[in-house]
Design a protein around this ligand. Structure first.
Ligand code: FMN
Length: 200
C-alpha cells in the first residue's frame, strides 16, 4: 500500500494527563458536540492508567512549548519516572495534574467506551469541562515536524519504519540518510553524533 497520502492528514499536538501518567498524543478529534476520541498505544503506560481511572484531561500544546517537554512526555514512560516533577502543575476538577505554561486550553473528559484497535485502544470520552489557558498559537503536527524538527516515536499511530539511518541512543531520534554529519546534534535531546547507532 502507498501510505504517502496519510502524510497530508492534519493533527494538533496534545498531552493526555490521567492519574499517575501522561503522554503526548496527536490523535485527538472532537467527533460530536460533547464527545472526543483519542487513540493510545497499548504499550504506553498511559493506556493502562486510562483504562483504570476512566478520567483524563487534555492540554493543547502551543508553538512556544519547549521541546524538552515533548521529549519527556513523548519519549519516556511514566512507568519509569515522574514526568511532572520538573514542571509547575495545576489540578483539574478530578484532581488530575496538568501543565498550564505554554498550553492553549484544557479539556476534561470521562471515558464512556473503549474500542480495541489491535496495537492501540480508541477511547471515546464525554467532555465534562473546558478552559482556555492562553492566546498563544496552537502547535500543529506539521509545525512540530517542519519547524521544531520533531520526530514520530514508534508508539505513535503515524509512525513509519525508516529504511536507512542512524538512531540516537539517548532518546531514539532517527536521522534518515546514508551518512550522519560528524557535527550533527540530536534535535530532540542535544546528544552529539558519536552516540548515534547505524540502523539498516
Ligand atoms: C508528536 C508525538 C505524537 C504522539 N502521538 C501518539 C498518539 O497519538 N498515541 C500514542 O499512543 N502515542 C503517541 N505518541 C507516543 C507517546 O507519547 C510515547 O510512547 C510516550 O513515551 C508514552 O508514555 P507513557 O508510557 O508514560 O504512557 C506520540 C509522541 C509524539 C512525540
Amino acid at each position: 500500500m502507498n501510505k504517502e497520502g496519510l502524510q497530508k492528514i492534519s493533527y494538533g499536538v496534545y498531552i493526555v494527563n490521567t492519574k499517575n501518567s501522561g503522554c503526548i498524543i496527536n490523535t485527538l478529534t472532537q467527533v460530536a458536540n460533547d464527545i472526543i476520541i483519542i487513540s493510545v498505544n497499548k504499550e504506553n503506560y498511559t493506556n493502562k492508567m486510562l483504562k483504570k481511572h476512566k478520567k483524563f484531561n487534555i492540554t493543547i500544546l502551543t508553538k512556544n512549548t519547549d521541546m524538552q517537554l515533548i521529549q519527556t512526555f513523548g519519549f519516556t514512560s511514566s512507568k519509569d519516572n515522574d514526568k511532572y516533577k520538573n514542571y509547575h502543575t495545576q489540578k483539574d476538577s478530578s484532581n488530575i495534574p496538568y501543565i498550564k505554561e505554554h498550553m492553549a486550553a484544557l479539556i476534561e473528559a470521562t471515558i464512556t467506551q473503549e474500542i480495541d484497535l489491535n496495537t492501540h485502544t480508541l477511547f471515546i470520552a464525554k467532555i465534562t469541562n473546558t478552559k482556555k489557558l492562553s492566546d498563544e498559537e496552537v502547535m500543529t503536527y506539521d509545525y512540530y515536524h517542519q519547524v521544531k524538527k520533531g520526530i514520530t516515536p514508534p508508539k505513535a499511530p503515524t509512525y513509519e519504519k525508516p529504511k536507512k539511518g542512524y538512531r540516537c541512543s539517548i532518546c531514539g531520534y532517527i536521522y534518515e540518510g546514508n551518512t550522519l554529519p560528524k557535527d550533527f546534534v540530536c534535535p530532540i535531546c542535544g546528544a552529539p553524533a558519536t552516540v548515534f547507532e547505524k540502523i539498516d
